[in-house]
Each structure stands twice: as C-alpha cells, then as structure tokens.
Design a protein around this ligand. Sequence first.
Ligand code: NAP
Length: 278
Amino acid sequence: MKPAELSVVLTGASGGIGSALAALLAEAGARVLLVGRRGERLARLAESLGADARRQRVQALAADITTAAGRTAIREIATVRGCNALINNAALPSFGPFADADAGHIEAVLQTNLVAPIQLTLALLPQLRTQPAARVLNIGSATGRLGVPGFAVYGAGKFGLRGFSETLRRELADTTVRVQYLGPRATRTGFNDERADRFNDRTRKAVDAPEIVAKAALKLLLSGKAEKFLGFPESIAVRVNGLAPSLLDRAFAPHRAALQPGAAAAEIQPPTTESQHV
Ligand SMILES: NC(=O)c1ccc[n+]([C@@H]2O[C@H](COP(=O)([O-])OP(=O)(O)OC[C@H]3O[C@@H](n4cnc5c(N)ncnc54)[C@H](OP(=O)(O)O)[C@@H]3O)[C@@H](O)[C@H]2O)c1
C-alpha cells in the first residue's frame, strides 16, 4: 500500500508514540482519525497537523475504547471515512512487583490493552473487509514475546495481543486484511513512570525515541509483513526466547535485583554476556 491510500483509525493518538505516528501519517498523505479519551488534547493535535487545511484528512474523536459506546462511535465515523487500517496503539502501563498489584488495576490494564483492541477489531472488521487492501496493526511490546520481571500484567496483555494477531493473521490469510504486530522496546514517552525509568536505567536498557517507533510502524503497515520487533539485542532475545525460553531464564537476575526497593545501579552486578541479551 502507499501512504496516500491509507485511511487510518489510530487509537492512543494523544500519547507519545501515537502523536509521532499521527504526524508521520498525515505528513505522508494518509487520512487519519485520531482517537483518545482526552478530547482537547486530540483537537490540539489535529489542529497542529492542519486538520482544517487538510479538509478532514485529519479528524479527532474523543472515545474510550473500553466502552461499547466508544467503539460504536469509532466504527460509525470509520465507516463514513472509508477506513482501511486500524492501528490499536492505546494502552495503559503496568510495572512493578506482581505481589504489589492491585486487582482493579489488573482489570483496567487487561481491558484496555487486550480486550478493547480485540473488540475494536471485531467492530471494524466488516468495514475493513470491504476494502481492496486493509490492515490491522497491533502495537505490542518486546514484553509481548519475552517475559521480563516487573511486567507480569502488562506482558500478559501484550502476549495476548500477539497471540490474537498471529491467530487472526492466519484466519484472514485468504482475505484482503493483513494483521500485524509491532513490538517496540522501551520508548521515551509519558508511559513509563519514574520507577519504570529507574528500572530501565538499572538494567541498562536502551530507550528509543517515539519517532523511531512511528517510522517502524508506518514501514510495517505499508509492507503488509506480519511482525517486527525493534532494537538490538531485544529483537534477537525475543527470537531466542521463542525457541528456547529456559535458556534465557538466568539472564533476569539483574532485573529481579532492580525490582527490589532501594536498588541502585551500583548495587547491581554488571550484566553478564548472557544477560546483555535482554
Ligand atoms: N513507551 C514505552 O516504553 C513502550 C514500549 C513498548 C510498547 N509501547 C506501546 O506503545 C503504545 C503507545 O504507548 P505510548 O508510550 O505512546 O504511551 P502514552 O504516551 O501513555 O499513550 C497512551 C495512549 O493511550 C490512550 N488511551 C489509554 N486508555 C485509553 C482508552 N481507554 N481509550 C482510548 N484511548 C486510551 C491515551 O489517551 P487518553 O489518555 O487521552 O485516553 C494515550 O493517547 C502502547 O500500546 C504501549 O503499550 C510503549
């Protein structure tokens, strides 16, 4: 597909990766429906992308993807706009020792990060299937294929989203709809709180700019390929983990140490060659 042929529904457009991707899509000539709960923020983004000048090429819609009413509103406008691509990008963060997790938070994270994208895909599928070429791009995470201590709930949602993507990709292989999964590594947005940032520092994780993820998302969307994991060594680690997960189990001692309260970089053993893989 070419960028100018795209009519995209982009959830989480008001966020760090979402706004970078919205800008890239609009710049490339795609039509974009920006979705998020914070209407004012979306309206400002649409304005900054020249919504008026682009004559509805960029449109904002305040909607909560976890509600049926929100998904219905998205479907109705997406149909009018002739949508041929859904990017499930909205998500909530979740980081910390699992033993400290709160039941309501677990529910909210899995509803937002897994159930809502599945439901929204179902709602938009009839529209997508009318198109000569269409995409469902699910924004996952490296932790959707590589279990990392501290991300039990978040990883469960992203592993689920990857399973959904792979299964639906195979189920729809004879149709015009391509289902895709992008797995970014840590990215510099407001998603990660101070605690998660400290954890990334302590485990010496590289952190990408949101523009890098946006570029990779657009490239994947246009290519129609199944999935892409970003960054080295993360992209290798997810593959090794897929083949022989127990080989990597010992590499996570620094992550467990970094999860302890009061852990500091200096207290953590430098990563071994093995642990540098993650
Ligand atoms: N940042 C990272 O380190 C990182 C790494 C790997 C993968 N990812 C993934 O990349 C994607 C984007 O993350 P980000 O870093 O850009 O996060 P972000 O800046 O926090 O943005 C999250 C977006 O999700 C929207 N959202 C949350 N709940 C929603 C709901 N119920 N209905 C509609 N919109 C909702 C938020 O908008 P409102 O608050 O306005 O609703 C916001 O636009 C996520 O899928 C995330 O899991 C992020």
